[in-house]
Write a protein that binds this ligand. Structure first.
Ligand code: ATP
Ligand code: MG
Length: 275
């Protein structure tokens, strides 16, 4: 068995209307049970890359290259086969929880539809499993959460519902595209803690997109740095922080270090961040 659960080779994404290349020739791997961080400025192609893996990019975008999940080349699958992979083997956790759920149904309906489709479980079994999972991510009163519409829950709660669902689904790969950006600092911290536990408990491999280098340092084993649709640097997290090779990465790392130093100075020498 390969040590990689996911291998992306020479991924290209083009805007078929203008012919503009949005992602150039990306090649990277995700090892079994590891976490790959993707960082890069806004518009650098991080979300396009994530959606390309699940084949969820808009019809106007054309993608080519290989995406191998386990032994399966995803490009060769029919849309129906791909739907079975989504959720069951690849779970996406997105930035805006509100968009991930149907606004006209209560959360429980979404959970039942997803879990019945993939596992054929009964309603009672779904409620029992989701209740336990929600409690484990510190969602209080799971039954009332299941009976709520998305707009009745906070961003942090919706994020936790997605993580609780991923815990029940036990996918091979979790793709989290800036899952904490819309949250306040305390919720961000708690959601990251849940991710760390989720990996420890179900051993999923994770792709984690973020602007926050502190988060990358905390949870990623390997890092990809993207700029203008190109992977400018990739490698083990420790190496990227200790010896950034590309000018852009050096700039990212030194900006963070400078911010941290400034923070230390205004706090009188006490730093609350971890790098
Ligand atoms: N459907 C589309 N059609 C044409 N261009 C698109 C489409 N979706 C995204 N793009 C362009 O592709 C580029 C990469 O977009 P992408 O959303 O992947 O960036 P990102 O790195 O995720 O940025 P952010 O950090 O802001 O989320 C951007 O220039 C964007 O304008
Ligand atoms: Mg994005």
């Amino acid at each position: 068995m390969s040590k990689n659960i996911l291998e992306v080779s020479n991924l290209q994404i083009l805007d078929s209307l203008t012919g503009k290349k949005l992602v150039h020739d990306s090649t990277f791997q995700l090892a079994h049970g590891s976490c790959l961080g993707i960082v890069g400025e806004s518009g650098s192609g991080k979300s396009l890359t994530c959606r390309a893996i699940s084949r969820l990019n808009k019809a106007g975008l054309r993608q080519s290259g290989g995406i191998r999940l386990g032994e399966v080349q995803l490009a060769e699958l029919s849309e129906r086969e791909m739907r079975n992979i989504r959720g069951r083997q690849i779970c996406m956790i997105v930035q805006n929880g509100m968009r991930a759920f149907d606004p006209s149904s209560v959360i429980g309906v979404h959970l039942r539809e997803t879990l019945t489709r993939h596992f054929g479980w009964s309603r009672a079994e779904i409620i029992t499993r989701m209740k336990a999972s929600m409690e484990s991510v510190m969602l209080k009163d799971p039954i009332s959460v299941m009976n709520s519409y998305p707009h009745q829950l906070s961003g942090g709660m919706l994020q936790r519902v997605m993580i609780a669902l991923a815990l029940v689904m036990e996918p091979d790969v979790i793709i989290a595209d800036e899952p904490t950006t819309a949250l306040d600092t305390l919720s961000q911290f708690e959601v990251i803690e849940q991710f760390v536990q989720l990996r420890a408990r179900i051993g999923s491999s994770v792709i984690f997109v973020t602007h926050d280098l502190g988060i990358v340092r905390k949870i990623a084993d390997e890092v990809i740095v993207m700029k203008d649709g190109i992977i400018v640097e990739q490698g083990p997290t420790h190496d990227i922080f200790a010896r950034p090779k590309h000018e852009y990465t050096r700039c990212l790392v030194s900006t963070r270090a400078a911010l941290n130093q400034h923070f230390k100075e205004i706090m009188g020498g006490v730093s609350h961040t971890d790098c």
